[in-house]
Every structure is written in C-alpha cells, then in structure tokens.
Design a protein around this ligand. Structure first.
Ligand code: ATP
Length: 236
C-alpha cells in the first residue's frame, strides 16, 4: 500500500537552533502514529513543518505530492488539519461560530451543515453548549471543540499536538475515546504527546524523538516493551 505521508530528511532551524535534524518517517492510510519525546525534542516543529507554517529543508510528501512549495491554506485543502497545542479556540466566539470557521476551507463545497451535524452528534456536549462562548468552556470541552473544528475541514490526516495537556485523567479518556471514533471514520492520526503511556495505548506505531532526531521507532507494542522507553518515558 502506498504511503499517505512521507517525511524525508526534514531539517528545521530557528536561527542557530537546530530544532529538527534529518527526521524521516512514514504513515499509511488509516494509521495512528505517535511522536513522543521530552520537552523541546522537536515534535511540535515537525507538525508545524507538515502544516506549512515553518520553512524547512528536506521534503514532505502527502498522497504522492510534495508539499514543499505549498502554503498553509492549500495544505489544509489537501486534507491535512492540525489541532494546535493549547487548543486555541476563539474565546469570544460561540461554539457554532468556531465550528463554522473550521469549515471555512471547504465552504464552497456546500457540506457545512452536514459536517456540523456530524460533529454535534459526535460531541453532544458541544450541541448542548452551541451558543456558549468558547472561552467559557471547560478545558476538556475546549479540546472537544478543537477536535470538532478540525473535523469540519474533512481531514484525511488529523495532526494533534498534546491533546491531553492540562486535562484531568477522566477527561483525557474521553478525548482518546473521541479520537478512536474519528479514526474509525477513516481519518489517519498523527499524534504528538508527552503522555507516552496514553500515546502507546492507542497508536499503531511510534517514533521517539530526542533533541531533534528520531532515535527509536516501532509498533506501539514494541515500544512499550523497550526497557529504555519503560524507564525514561513510562516511569516504570
Ligand atoms: P514541547 O513538547 O515542549 O512543545 P517539542 O518536542 O514539541 O517540545 P519544539 O516545540 O518543536 O519541541 O521545539 C524544538 C526546539 O526548537 C526547542 O529547542 C525550542 O526551544 C526551539 N523552538 C521552537 N520554536 C521556536 C521558535 N519559534 N523560535 C526559536 N526556537 C524555537
């Protein structure tokens, strides 16, 4: 089966800082892949390169087409949507308005209403609070809104940056439950997590980053059994 996403020899610099160094990985359609690693390992930067919001050397190929020369908005239209760290919902806008903005890139295709219903069916909490200002939602509800907003763009690949950050364990479970449903709708998932235990519980495969480089990769099961991963990242 051809790859959905291929990241080849990715290098990103911020001035003198080499944030990402020769990173390479692949994803197949329908896969759930996790990038794990400590603070500053280069995980967010990798997602930002794929989204087209930072410039890079190397190549990123999605469905056989290079994204190198594409701008962020055109990358969204190819079917790649990022859910940023810290959710970044628009606090002064209602839940529905936030969702409508998520569908903006697809506005000409006339599926806004259908997609909205789908999202509200998936997250009944958002339906109950549809007129509420996003800034007054709880952290977990804001994360659901961020997922819903991403779904409005009809992604083939959804990239998530630390969806569990700052949430209580029970709420984290709800978010991963929602991601499982999203995955069943044939959306591929690229997940960045510091919560390695959670990432390895759900992902199919995993890449471990340290100071900008991929230092280990394997199936989630292989990674869970690795003594280094157990000691350093799973606290066992
Ligand atoms: P975290 O989980 O803390 O976000 P991360 O693995 O996602 O960590 P990145 O955010 O990608 O790591 O950061 C990688 C490196 O690049 C770090 O050394 C960071 O300080 C640096 N960096 C990230 N963004 C910028 C920026 N806009 N300007 C300068 N340096 C940056």
């Amino acid at each position: 089966m051809p790859s959905l996403l291929e990241v080849r020899h990715l290098n990103v610099r911020y001035g003198g800082v080499r944030a990402v160094q020769d990173v390479g990985f692949t994803m197949k359609e329908g896969e759930w892949v996790a990038l794990i690693g400590a603070n500053g390992a280069g995980k967010s930067t990798t997602l930002n390169a794929i989204s087209g919001v930072v410039s890079y050397d190397g190549d990123i190929v999605f469905e056989g087409v290079s994204l190198r020369k594409r701008k962020a908005e055109s990358i969204v239209r190819t079917g790649i949507v990022q859910v940023p760290e810290g959710r970044r919902v628009f606090p002064g806008m209602s839940v529905l308005e936030n969702l409508e903005l998520g569908g903006y890139a697809r506005r000409r295709e006339g599926r806004m209403k259908r997609n909205m219903e789908r999202v509200l069916d998936m997250f009944p909490r958002l339906r109950e609070r549809s007129k509420q200002l996003a800034g007054t939602l709880s952290g977990g509800e804001q994360q659901m809104l961020a997922l819903g907003r991403a779904l409005m763009a009809e992604p083939k690949l959804m990239m998530l940056d630390e969806p569990s950050l700052g949430l209580a364990p029970l709420v984290i479970d709800q978010i991963f439950e929602a991601l499982t449903q999203i995955r069943h709708q044939r959306v591929s998932i690229l997940l960045v997590e510091q919560n390695a235990a959670k990432a390895l519980e759900f992902a199919d495969r995993c890449y471990l980053l340290e100071t900008g480089r991929v230092v280990m990769s394997g199936t989630a099961e292989e990674m869970r059994k690795n003594p280094v991963v157990q000691e350093v990242y799973l606290g066992m």
